[in-house]
Design a protein around this ligand. Structure first.
Ligand code: NDP
Length: 399
């Protein structure tokens, strides 16, 4: 029975709160805080029963956060605000003696670059304070790391090739919308792609490598090679990996809109003067695009995310595929969310549960593959994200 503070009341935050509220024996007291309190109140009223407390907080401001955390005195902070707030919330957790969890690695607001170095640098501070920080505990990163660990423990002596394959074969009926925060999403996919091969990172032009990949229950979809943060921790924690890549599907309509927006400068993060004030085009674009948290109602289709792996076991080549498929409509029925928020929010709840129940608890800063995958994999089944695996699978790639 623990008090938990959830920061961020967007699409993902709403799922985390709904899922935590379903387990009062673990999350006995829940406070949802965000920049805009009315969004917290709406989520709390959807859940009902006076189960969720709400508050306003500016997570960019460390002294404000410290005073706020002290006033509630939680055991854990679940950060589902934006990557920009990771370091301020970690600082506040250190100052107040509270454990920390997030779903996306730190990214400075003025440079579109994400990597773990900033958060890994907190390792000694968290160890010394006897506190734990669990980084990147959504689906990808998060579950994809745990899938890889599960494969390493149960099916391989050495993993050599890892391809993470992420498909959203859903339709929300909008001309153009992103499935999570538009600013973070567009920054991620418009930067250069990158993959790991033979001990080094290979950089490519954005979206310049693509191929069709056959997804379970979906069929072949054109998939684009991107840099994704879990590659960074996975190649560090599994040094036998010779090549690690991340692939994501995009529909032609999405790509056409994105190309036009880029061409006219709307995806830029450099401020421009508008009627005498500085505005950032991408921030303005976010304000006019649909809120990802509202896409769920008429969303049809499903997501399919997994890991295709090749390596060796007992001296023999092994191929292996592990994946989850998730229907948008089922997510909406359960927690009024679309599948991308759901597949992120459920693992965040389970990660928090792992920490609070002591299955995963050691001082320091960790990625999800650094723990025993079994209790987490069992909970994925129980709490809405069942997974499937196939040894000897036919994989989409050449080796
Ligand atoms: P949203 O934009 O929908 O929600 C973000 C929330 O954070 C909003 O409620 C926002 O407040 C709040 N917020 C922003 N800045 C502050 C601040 N300074 N202080 C307090 N609250 C703040 O984003 P999503 O829910 O789509 O995404 C949440 C996180 O999940 C992101 O970090 C995203 O990268 C990550 N993610 C991870 C995935 C994974 O699989 N690992 C997949 C998808 C997302 P306001 O309403 O006022 O704007």
């Amino acid at each position: 029975m623990s008090k938990v503070l959830i920061i961020g009341a967007g699409g993902v935050g709403s799922v985390v709160v709904h899922k935590c509220a379903q387990l009062p024996h673990v999350f006995s007291d829940i406070l949802l805080a965000s920049r805009t309190k009315s969004k917290c109140d709406k989520i709390a009223s959807d859940i009902g029963g006076g189960k969720i407390k709400t508050a306003q907080v500016d997570a960019d401001n460390v002294p404000e956060l410290v005073a706020f955390i002290k006033s509630f005195n939680p055991k854990l902070v679940i950060n589902v605000a934006l990557p920009y707030q990771d370091l301020t919330i970690m600082d506040a957790c250190l100052e107040t003696g509270v454990h920390y969890l997030d779903t996306a690695n730190y990214e400075p607001k003025d440079v579109a670059k994400f990597e773990y170095s900033w958060q890994w640098a907190y390792q000694e501070k968290f160890k010394k304070a006897g506190l734990m920080a669990l980084l990147g505990c959504g689906f990808d990163p998060g579950v994809t790391n745990i899938f890889t660990k599960h494969a390493a423990v149960n099916h391989f002596d050495e993993i050599h090739y890892l391809d993470i394959v992420d498909c959203n074969a859903g339709s929300h009926g909008k001309a153009f919308a992103t499935n999570f925060n538009p600013e973070i999403n567009i920054r991620e996919i418009t930067q250069k792609g990158k993959y790991w091969e033979n001990g080094q990172w290979i950089e490519i032009e954005p979206m310049s490598i693509h191929q069709p990949i056959d997804y379970p229950n979906v069929g072949p979809k054109e998939s684009y090679l991107l840099f994704h943060e879990e590659l960074e921790s996975l190649v560090k924690n599994f040094p036998t990996i010779k090549r690690a890549r991340f692939w994501m599907t995009f529909g032609q309509q999405y790509l056409t809109h994105l190309e036009v927006l880029q061409n006219v400068g709307m995806t830029s993060i450099a401020p421009v003067k508008f009627k005498g004030i500085d505005i950032v085009p991408l921030e303005f674009l976010k304000a006019v695009l649909p809120d990802p948290g509202t896409l769920g109602e008429n969303y049809t289709g499903q997501t399919s995310i997994g890991c295709q792996i090749k390596g060796i076991k007992n001296g023999k080549d092994v191929t292996y595929f592990i994946w989850n498929n998730c229907h948008h409509a089922d997510c909406y029925k359960e927690v009024k969310a679309q599948g991308v928020s759901y597949t992120t929010g459920v693992p965040a709840m389970i990660g928090a549960k792992m920490m609070l129940e002591g299955h995963w608890m050691k001082p320091g800063v960790y990625n999800t593959e650094e723990f025993d995958p079994k209790p987490f994999m069992d909970d994925l089944y129980k709490y809405g994200l069942p997974w499937h695996e196939k040894v000897g699978a036919e994989l989409a790639f050449t080796y």
